[in-house]
Design a protein around this ligand. Sequence first.
Ligand code: GLN
Length: 483
Amino acid sequence: MQITSLNVHDLQALLRAGQISPKEVIEALGRRIEEVDPLIHGYLSHDLDRAILEAQQVDVRLPLGGVPISIKDVINVKGHPCGCASEILQGYIAPYDATVISKLRSAGAIPFGRANMDEFAMGSSTENSAFGPTRNPWDITRIPGGSSGGSAAVVASDEGFAALGTDTGGSIRQPAALCGRVGLKPTYGRVSRYGLVAFASSLDQIGPITKDVRDAAILMNIIAGPDKFDSTSLDDEVPDYTVALEKGVKGLKLGLPKEYFIEGLDPDVEKTVRTAVANLESLGAEVIEISLPHTEFALSTYYIIAPAEASANLARFDGVRYGFRAKDTQGLLDHYGKTREQGFGPEVKRRIILGTYVLSSGYYDAYYLRAQKVRTLIRQDFATAFEKVDAIVCPTSPTPAFKLGERTDDPLSMYLADIFTLAANIAGICGISVPCGFLEKEGKQLPVGLQILGQELDESTVLRVAYAYEQSTDWHKAKPRIG
Ligand code: GLN
């Protein structure tokens, strides 16, 4: 048995039974990383020595006792670098644990490695990392998706058991889909954002990327819940997400939104997703066509609101407080200017310029305020749909993984990669991507994801549908042949 090929629940069972030790797990992981990460580049850094020390103290009876977790480089882990894959945060060491990290630690997990990402989580391919892209384990000439591409790729290539990512417009679900793994974006406010470096505060959520649906439920049990350090976290009680898994889909109503089957959707992706939906139907779900009429405005709404919030959030990186500081500057403004000029990459600068523009006086009403109004309409679309259905099923990504470099010169075509995921963030609802098949391209198998969207705080239902689907297929068991 290959230890690193295990999922979290099987690994934890072996740890608890004393069949392997937490130290052996870290050592096996270290060997696997050494073997495959030179090809994948899923990690920016890791600290296996510290992980071994932590492993020696861990209580394996805890829910995640001895389980190493890979962490996107945007979440603070005390004593580890937290660089957001940006030059501007080089040298910054997190002085505290994010709430999700404290919760993972209390459950016995070992956060040990920094997963690569698009700089400040802006992107859909992980090519915006200042330290070079991550490669898709299913075909290393292709992107893993983004912005949590490192998190998805390390889980897909068995150099991680499970990972945390963040999803502002699709960055958990889309890379999970393109890497053939499970990715869950919780309801806005379900998981504390304390200790997450903010990109767009009204959209960001932390969530798990895992090898199967049960692992996603297990991680959610640990990380969800209210937090006095995050005023937007919701007070509602956290259910045991594993309880709903086995309930099946019989009697559930699933909505198929006609606006998600549009031009630009790869016909083979469409076929694969429709087959998956038919499969859910044969398992007893009732599938009905629904309409989310404002879907076509989601992309433009997102690309006003997200950059607006980013431009405010990223104002703090000025060379005074954190990380990188430009040399040989004259006076304060020159210091700010040169630090930001040298520290930020092109996509981050593009977002800051866009964001300050839509917030500037004279344009605020025409862009930002209008986008907020459309946001309300998009929310209402979902509210109306959820009066009729229990969950919505649709593709996660319009295409399978594309080639490295294919879209880097065309930001708009890059933005389209999240066309099916953005609306959930705009509305604040939850969603999951679960593997639903493969397309063959140039002799490689490329994963396709089925997206299941649920009402606010109804993670249990999306997990339940995803689990029922997963159990009826073998897609989640497939492993890439790397190289
Ligand atoms: N691709 C989208 C963007 O670039 C979403 C990113 C995300 O979810 N963090 O903004």
